[in-house]
Design a protein around this ligand. Structure first.
Ligand code: GLU
Length: 418
């Protein structure tokens, strides 16, 4: 087994940005600025637990860049959260927002905790105290959190309420991915998966593979993975395997993504889905399929498995699922990768729509949201593909070229203050 911990995500993200800047001939001073996050916050979050004890959690919020707009990015709750990881994720958010050309910088947050072992009350109190510790630094014009791994619309509702109670009036634009009843957008919950399915379809088109009957394997069946499966299936693709942290299921003739979602909702896992055989996460990654969707955590595609991957397309619903060494192997094998900062940008794109709707106090239909998402995803895909052709590079390098060109142009125009 390869030691995946040797891929410190911050170093990977910093290298990706620096290398793109190098290819583009960006001024050294600008590159140096982009290598460093604007603001790194670490806070202690004392939380009253149900048994009367107080537990102190550690939380992070990193604002990487705000040159193109307010900082934007999710908050994850996970036992393996590290500051290094949150910094990397904030850098990827800056690039992601630039790839799809929405007016945001990048941020990310994380709390080291295991929400699966906490009651709703404990998660609520932790979330409210975390919000309160960050209150001077977030806001619709400053930094706008959203859901990420193991955070939900309900988590966003608690952040919104804590912030709004403190300033004295409802501020819907302080978070996105909140419930529609309090200013959320229709289509936001499905947006990451829908966007990923759209670019996977475009990638198949590029390779002249019909989406009808195309086989799909999905590692990680949370919000992003499950919706990617459901939408690809509605486009005619066949989902042949899905997995989560407890294991996976496989059916060569195709399984029903909605049934897998229902089974996971009921039992907590996709494991045991009727009509399927059991499969491990590692086996799923190396299945013969048209589209592989890594939708779990960082580094799941690494040098221990990259050589065995048999997919034609990898559509990265997760952030940072492929290590740089694995990318080299995948390039040699001729596998077409739609990189994370493009493939999962549908989530933040509809977050942007939500924030626009909140500030206008005027809400769109779901069709309108989905149509605008479709057009941004398809245009961004085409732009990145054109850059890959122009620069004769893979889609990841092309996406970073597009992103870093936009961000560095903004930095150059604004100049270094004072
Ligand atoms: N957490 C999501 C991501 O990684 C969404 C971020 C957002 O909507 O701000 O892109």
């Amino acid at each position: 087994m390869v030691d995946v911990t040797s891929y410190a995500p911050r170093a990977v993200a910093t290298t990706q940005i620096s290398q793109a800047a190098g290819r583009l001939g960006v001024d050294d001073a600008i590159v140096e600025k982009l290598r460093h996050p604007k603001r790194i916050m670490e806070v202690s979050i004392p939380t009253k637990m149900d048994d009367g004890s107080v537990k102190v959690f550690t939380g992070y919020r990193v604002q990487h860049n705000m040159d193109r707009g307010p900082a934007k990015g999710g908050i994850r709750y996970h036992p393996q959260v590290t500051m290094d990881e949150v910094i990397a994720l904030s850098m990827w958010m800056t690039c992601k927002c630039a790839v799809v050309n929405i007016p945001y910088g990048g941020a990310k947050g994380g709390v080291i905790c295991n929400p699966k072992e906490m009651s709703d009350g404990e998660v609520e109190r932790m979330t409210r105290r975390f919000t309160s510790e960050l209150i001077d630094f977030i806001g619709p014009e400053k930094d706008i959190p959203a859901p990420d791994v193991y955070t939900t619309p309900q988590t966003m509702a608690w952040i919104l309420d804590t912030y709004s109670m403190n300033v004295g009036h409802l501020v819907p634009g302080v978070v996105t991915g909140k419930p529609v009843e309090i200013g959320g957008s229709l289509g936001r919950n499905e947006a990451t998966g829908r966007g990923c399915a759209i670019v996977a379809r475009e990638a198949l088109k590029t390779l002249r593979i019909g989406v009808d009957g195309a086989t799909v394997a999905i590692q990680g069946f949370g919000n992003a993975g499950s919706v990617t499966g459901r939408v690809l299936q509605s486009m005619g693709a066949k989902v042949i395997a899905v997995s989560d942290s407890r294991g996976g299921v496989y059916s060569p003739t195709g399984l029903d993504a909605a049934a897998a979602e229902a089974h996971k909702e009921e039992s907590g896992s996709v494991v045991g889905l009727k009509g399927c055989s059991a499969i491990t996460n590692e086996e799923l990654l190396t299945l013969d399929c048209d589209v592989l969707v890594p939708a779990a955590l960082e580094n799941s595609i690494n040098t221990s498995n990259a050589a065995d991957i048999r997919a034609r397309v990898i559509a990265e619903a997760a952030n940072g699922p492929t290590t740089p060494d694995a990318q080299t192997i995948i390039d040699e094998k001729g596998i077409f990768v739609v990189p994370d900062i493009l493939a999962n940008a549908g989530g933040v794109t509809v977050s942007y729509f939500e924030w626009v709707q909140d500030s206008a106090r005027f809400f769109w239909t779901e069709e309108e949201v989905n149509q605008r998402l479709e057009s941004i995803m398809v245009n961004s895909y085409k732009e990145v593909l054109a850059e890959a052709e122009r620069s004769n590079c893979n889609m990841r390098d092309a996406a970073f070229n597009v992103a870093v060109a936009r961000v560095s142009k903004a930095v150059a125009l604004r100049g270094i203050y004072p």
